[in-house]
Design a protein around this ligand. Structure first.
Ligand code: NZQ
Ligand code: ZN
Length: 392
């Protein structure tokens, strides 16, 4: 078992109608002028944005709004947000939406609080030393950005998608009302469940450290999301299933399922980020499309954990060789993806890269991880290309 740091400063307000508490929370954390940041319009159509502005008006809190954070959010809007906040003397950021609006807001916060070009943080050129306080009203259970230290931004020039992680970016509060996720398209619900499971699996398939309590939490989380993803496929308005998945999303990425191990593998995410940057696919679907190829490429180097996963999460019988059991677990996971209409290869994802494009993604991915990365198995550019090829 490794030593670890666990830091989750986000105040969580969970349940029905919790969005009505937003003004009190902004005041509690010292906000006097707010940027309300949101995505492409789902919060306008659902009436949530109106409800939020009505609540702030009633509490006498002034605000400006900025919509337009797209899935795989763009750097250009981050710059726009920074400029707007400077002009309006904003001292508090409120993201209303999913990972894209939250990540874009985190980047705006870094840009406001640190000298120079905010992209330098995402380009690994320097570290931030502060941010502007951020609150979240979550509308999709997926990335865990509502409690995580991460933010992922795409630079339009060169379609470079990069993540930056810092404790300064962790939100001050997260309002989570599972009912707000009921307007999601089924595809986005399934993408979210996939991402939540992947955040746990990235930390589970490692070769460093071992802590039984962490594994038990991870396996319980995976079993819970798997079961509730099926319930939501058949009954999207099921409140309890929405709630299970929503809380799992936060726990999957606030650090809890990584305590005591070596911090995670993260290569499926890195491989997906190139797909998301280049083809603008939904993050969860991209992960599902690449995972099976990654798993078959690395499982022999992390056999005991693939076996444990097969038995404890995928209900594979403990019969046969360890390799056979591990492979059955991978197949069962892919069957699960198919059952919730997630792709298991790039064609099903709807992209058909040329050989040159596969090479470009592998090259960019290798640059993005400074040559090589991974814990289940350390991968270099050649390995990345092999996995991309296998995922065709
Ligand atoms: O943009 P709007 O109109 O709001 O529509 C969104 C978007 O089209 C829609 N949506 C969200 N809530 C809805 C809704 N539609 C109807 N009803 C609702 N209640 O769903 C679509 C996806 O939204 P988005 O915010 O893009 O999804 P998600 O939360 O999956 O975020 C994806 C982004 O987060 C990054 C991903 O790479 C991707 O860029 N990630 C961020 C992480 C983090 N910060 O910790 C970790 C993840 O691994 C991930 O990389
Ligand atoms: Zn993810």
């Amino acid at each position: 078992m490794f030593d670890f740091k666990y830091f989750t400063p986000t105040k969580v307000i969970f349940g029905k109608n919790t969005e009505s508490k937003v003004a009190d929370l902004i005041k509690e954390f010292g906000g006097t002028k707010v940027l309300i940041h949101y995505g492409g319009g789902s919060v306008v159509r659902s009436g949530l944005l109106q409800k939020v502005t009505d609540t702030l008006d009633a509490a006498g809190i002034s605000y400006v709004t900025l919509g337009g954070a797209v899935p795989n959010p763009h750097l250009g809007l981050v710059y726009e947000g920074i400029e707007l906040c400077r002009k309006e003397n904003v001292d508090f950021l409120l993201a209303v939406g999913g990972g894209s609006a939250i990540d874009s807001a985190k980047a705006i916060g870094y840009g406001l609080a640190n000298e120079g070009d905010v992209w330098d943080l995402y380009d690994y050129k320097k570290q931030g030393t502060a941010s502007v306080p951020l609150g979240v009203i979550l509308t999709i259970a997926a990335t865990g950005s509502e409690m995580s230290d991460s933010s992922v931004i795409t630079k339009e020039e060169g379609l470079v998608k990069r993540g930056y992680s810092s404790d300064f970016g962790r939100p001050k509060f997260a309002i989570m009302n599972p009912e707000l996720t009921m307007t999601l398209p089924d595809y986005q619900t399934a993408c979210g469940c996939t991402d939540i499971m992947m955040h746990t699996m990235e930390r589970y398939f490692t070769n460093g450290g071992n802590m039984e309590i962490t594994d038990a939490l991870a396996e319980g989380l995976l079993r819970t999301v798997k079961a509730n993803a099926i319930i939501l496929r058949d009954d999207p308005k099921n409140y309890d299933a929405r709630a299970e998945v929503m809380w799992a999303g936060s726990l999957a990425h606030n650090g809890l399922t990584g305590c005591g191990n070596d911090g995670g593998d993260w290569m499926t995410h890195k491989l997906e980020h190139e797909l998301g940057g280049l083809y603008d696919v939904a993050h969860g679907a991209g992960l599902a499309a690449i995972w099976g190829s990654w798993a078959r490429y690395v499982y022999k180097n992390c056999l005991s954990r693939f076996k444990k996963f097969a038995i404890n999460v995928m209900d594979v019988e403990d019969r046969g060789t360890d390799e056979e059991i591990a492979l059955c677990g991978i197949e069962a996971m892919e069957d699960f993806y198919r059952s919730i209409h997630m792709p298991t290869n790039l064609r099903e994802l709807g992209v058909e890269p040329t050989e040159d494009e596969l090479k470009l993604m592998a090259k960019k991915c290798a640059i993005g991880v400074d040559g090589e990365m991974g814990s289940a198995r350390v991968l270099n550019e050649e390995d990345m290309l092999a996995i991309y090829r296998a995922s065709m």
